[in-house]
Design a protein. Structure first.
Length: 207
């Protein structure tokens, strides 16, 4: 399986991009959010984490290999989970990727079926299935924090953030409150070397 591709971004289309990785040019399908991130990167070197799948019908005798690209590894992991929901699949999941993964994860975690159902290809019935299957798996994606440029990592999951979230929930905070406390503290721009220092900063702000 091809897990990533790096090269010069030469074209951005409506549903796919072309990456020049000599001696070949590769077409990589992307969600709309990733496409928008890449629009101003034409001519630059980029790296996308990828999944490959086979499109077509074996009985019809026409099978076409496809690559799907993501700016970060957590985005690829989220997409994998999204595709596992009954009735979703690769094409529908890709159409629905119009928002940052963090936002999609929050919608699922907070059981916002109304907003989820408004995503392209995701109606009311499918949104309920997504919530039922994935809600408990969303905290680590909902806690993704800003990281860098598209060519590197737009969003990076920090173990310190995840551990702090778990600690806050254990201490009695709701999932949404724990996430809010962490987001507000990280927004100060300070760096935290471990879970203890982040927790200390959170409670100092809460006084």
């Amino acid at each position: 399986m091809i897990v990533s591709i790096a090269g010069k971004l030469v074209q951005v289309g409506e549903i796919s991009v072309i990456i020049q990785a000599a001696p070949f040019d590769y077409e990589v399908y992307v969600g709309d959010y990733t496409r928008r991130q890449l629009q101003n990167q034409i001519g630059n070197e980029v790296r996308l984490h990828t999944l490959d799948y086979i499109e077509g019908n074996a009985q019809g005798g026409r099978l076409t290999p496809r690559l799907i690209g993501f700016s970060t590894l957590p985005e690829r992991q989220f997409f994998d989970l999204f595709c596992s929901v009954d009735g979703v699949g690769v094409k529908k999941a890709l159409r629905a990727m119009v928002r940052p993964v963090k936002e999609l994860a929050v919608l699922i975690e907070e059981q916002d079926a109304k907003t989820l159902s408004a995503l392209p290809g995701i109606g009311p019935a499918t949104s309920e299935k997504v919530i039922a299957k994935l809600r408990r798996k969303m905290p680590r994606f909902a806690l993704m924090v800003a990281g860098g440029e598209v060519a590197d990592a737009m969003e990076v999951e920090s173990p310190i953030v995840s551990d702090t979230y778990d600690a806050l929930v254990t201490l009695g905070h709701s999932e949404s409150d724990a996430r809010k406390l962490i987001d507000e503290t990280l927004a100060t721009g300070k760096k935290f070397k471990d879970t203890e220092s982040l927790l200390t900063a959170i409670y100092q702000r809460s006084k």
